[in-house]
Design a protein around this ligand. Structure first.
Ligand code: NAD
Length: 254
């Protein structure tokens, strides 16, 4: 068994920036054929150029992944271009305003749940028929420390990432007999372009700052997160299913 992914077809969402970009580049270096999916069309094209320039294979699809039509375009393009869809990385995500539940308005809740939880649901449902037909597949999600604990972000983001953990476990159990694995990474703080959305709520941020405090480790790199995603997607993790792997310098161990 090896982490050799040569020839595999991989969709990475949120791949124009941060953890997704590093993941797309890492898969391409391992010989996989990559579909770069992101809202940011220029950023997605730049990642495709970078992969092409290094001798790899990639195409981009731009659009909002919480739109079912964009989801269908992503899956259709991957299958049409590469003939299969072996790996899905549900990575795209946004932060909330760090609001406590009482400060969370409907718009914040709906935006965060739609992008962080509903979009991965839609995309995974759309790739399943292709993986089931092939009798194999691997889905990796980018959850968060906020999918493991209550004091790492606001109510909407925390609920969305706990929801992602639920999707991982349900998929892992429901599809293991069909050769499909589902796992997640739970990144600790990582240097990317992600930002707390708009004006933060009054109560949440101060409390979260106090709770996180010295427990948090060093700032990680996108490449360190990508390496864990590639491992979980690969045959080296053939017996790893339903796991949420903290990649966090020990934060979750405190
Ligand atoms: P990032 O902002 O650098 O990258 C996120 C990418 O997702 C961007 O390119 C953005 O355009 C894209 N995106 C956002 N909404 C989208 C949508 N609706 N449709 C398509 N693309 C969309 O941030 P990142 O830190 O690399 O985030 C990647 C994942 O990592 C997210 O799920 C985030 O919640 C998770 N995460 C990040 C950290 C951290 O500290 N950076 C910690 C824990 C979890």
């Amino acid at each position: 068994m090896s982490t050799e992914l040569a020839g595999r077809s991989v969709v990475v969402t949120g791949a124009a920036s941060g953890i997704g970009r590093a993941t797309a580049l890492a898969f391409a270096r391992a010989g996989a054929k990559v579909l770069v999916a992101d809202l940011n069309a220029a950023g997605a094209d730049a990642v495709v150029k970078e992969i092409d320039g290094a001798g790899g294979t990639a195409v981009a699809v731009a659009g909002d992944l919480s739109d079912p039509q964009v989801v269908d375009r992503v899956v259709g393009r991957a299958v049409e271009t590469y003939g299969s869809l072996d790996v899905l990385v549900n990575n795209a995500g946004i932060m909330d305003r760090m609001s406590a539940l009482g400060e969370t308005d409907d718009a914040e809740w709906e935006r965060v749940i739609r992008i962080n939880l509903t979009a991965p649901f839609l995309l995974t449902r759309a790739v399943l028929p292709h993986m089931l037909a092939a009798g194999r597949g691997s889905v990796v999600f980018t959850a968060s420390e906020a999918g493991l604990r209550g004091g790492a972000a606001g109510a909407a983001y925390t609920a969305s990432k706990h929801g992602v953990v639920g999707l991982v476990k349900s998929l892992a159990v429901m599809y293991r007999e069909q050769g499909i694995r589902a796992n997640a990474i739970a990144p600790g703080p990582t240097a990317t372009n992600i930002q707390v959305d708009a004006a933060p709520g009054a109560h949440g941020p101060a409390l979260i700052g106090r709770l996180v405090g010295a427990n948090i480790g060093r700032l990680g790199t996108a490449e360190e997160q990508a390496a864990a995603i590639v491992f979980l997607a690969s045959d080296a993790a053939a017996f790893v299913n339903g796991v949420v792997l903290p990649v966090d310098d020990g934060w979750s161990a405190v």
